[in-house]
Design a protein around this ligand. Structure first.
Ligand code: KG4
Ligand code: ZN
Length: 356
């Protein structure tokens, strides 16, 4: 069978579910080099992440070429560490899973090449994983039961989308951002406010001592029926509020007291959280589902987690949040998701391609 990313084979492995199958996962789609070993799709035996934050800090964002070089250096030690922590040899895993789309192409190719090499060397099945799908799956790790069907909100640096999910690999898009992703807006607002890189966690921390009612930013598209999002307007509203209006605003310095920075951070965060929570709850209503799953780096935001929990409790919804360590990019979610492909006999060939 030829899939869109190279040939995909159906191998009859059916009755193997529950046989303590170990999968090695590799994830290099952006700026973290990750490897993990997960047993039976849910038990995380190791989860190693080599962050490149220090490398990209002085540029205020991820530099793709530097990211690729750093993956090249980190891949072997990170994979070795993940196998060691799981007390497993590469020869003993049941499959190698790797994120092959979407992401920075140079970064994806490196992880994919490492995974292919291991799969070939040890004659293991190779399983290609979609990065966004793996973020949804993060909420399944270390849990007894799978949280499907559900509405899933995926909020990261590159994605803000709502899905209806009927299984680990069965999702229907309900809506997505038409411009900036929520994480991207957090990162840009942090930079406007002069908060340290990476921006999301800095805004989260600064907002702790700020007032969410200090500045009113209008809630983009909250009153629309559709489940689409738009965050570039609120980012510009923050810029104009802080540096004054006009095309020159970008070049003006930010002169705010620490308290003013905290207030703007809290007000911006509240605006984004209102929109994310409001649309997610409406999607749950519209689809008649009583379970909500959240994934992606912004799912680590403490205000978002608290507000989602409040709303879910008030509506009698089951809210499934990933552990903090599984919110941002990691390979446990990749190895976990791949288990469902392996037991269904869906594996890829060595011709698997990377897609930006
Ligand atoms: O999922 P992820 O690690 O990578 C992508 O797939 O993009 O998400 C990274 C994004 C960044 O934009 C980062 O600023 C944001 O998640 N983020 C946060 C927090 N922690 C990470 N945003 C808000 N609050 C946080 N605590
Ligand atoms: Zn991600």
């Amino acid at each position: 069978m030829r899939g869109p990313y190279g040939p995909r084979f159906i191998v009859p492995l059916g009755g193997l579910a529950g046989l303590a199958m170990r999968i090695l996962g590799v994830e290099t789609s952006c700026d973290e080099t990750c490897a993990a070993v997960v047993e039976d799709g849910r038990r995380v035996l190791s989860n190693v992440v080599a962050s490149q934050v220090d490398l990209h800090r002085k540029y205020g964002g991820v530099v793709p070429e530097l990211a690729s070089r750093a993956h090249l250096e980190a891949l072997v030690p990170v994979v070795t560490e993940a196998l060691e922590q799981a007390a497993t040899a590469a020869a003993d895993v049941d499959a190698v899973a790797v994120v092959h789309r979407p992401g920075l192409i140079g970064s994806l190719v490196l992880g994919l090449t490492a995974a292919k090499t291991l799969a070939w060397l040890h004659a293991k099945p190779l399983i290609g994983i979609d990065h966004v799908e793996s973020h949804i799956y993060a909420a399944c790790l270390e849990r007894e039961t799978l949280p499907f069907p559900c509405v899933a909100l995926i909020v990261s640096g590159g994605h803000t989308s709502l899905y209806r999910c009927d299984g680990p690999r069965r999702r229907t898009l309900l809506g997505a951002t038409t411009d900036d992703a929520a994480g991207e807006a957090f990162d840009k607002v942090a930079s406007i406010l002069g908060l340290p890189y990476p921006g999301g966690p800095s805004v989260d921390r600064a907002a702790e001592v700020g007032s969410p009612r200090a500045v009113h930013f209008s809630r983009p598209w909250l009153d629309r029926e559709a489940f689409d999002f738009s965050f570039s307007g609120v980012k510009t509203a923050v810029l104009y509020h802080v540096r004054g209006k006009g095309t020159e605003a970008k070049h003006r310095p930010t002169r705010l007291s620490d308290q003013e920075v905290a207030d703007v951070a809290a007000s911006f965060q509240e605006c984004v959280v209102d929109v994310l929570v409001g649309k997610t709850m409406r999607a749950a209503d519209a689809s008649g589902l009583d379970r909500v799953v959240v994934g992606g780096g912004v799912a680590a935001n403490r205000r978002l987690r608290a507000r989602l929990q409040e709303e879910a409790t008030a509506r009698g919804l089951d809210l499934v949040l990933p552990e903090m360590r599984f919110c941002t990019d990691n390979a446990a979610m990749v190895a976990g998701l791949a288990y469902h492909d392996l037991v269904a006999g869906r594996v890829d060939g060595l011709a698997l391609e990377a897609r930006a």
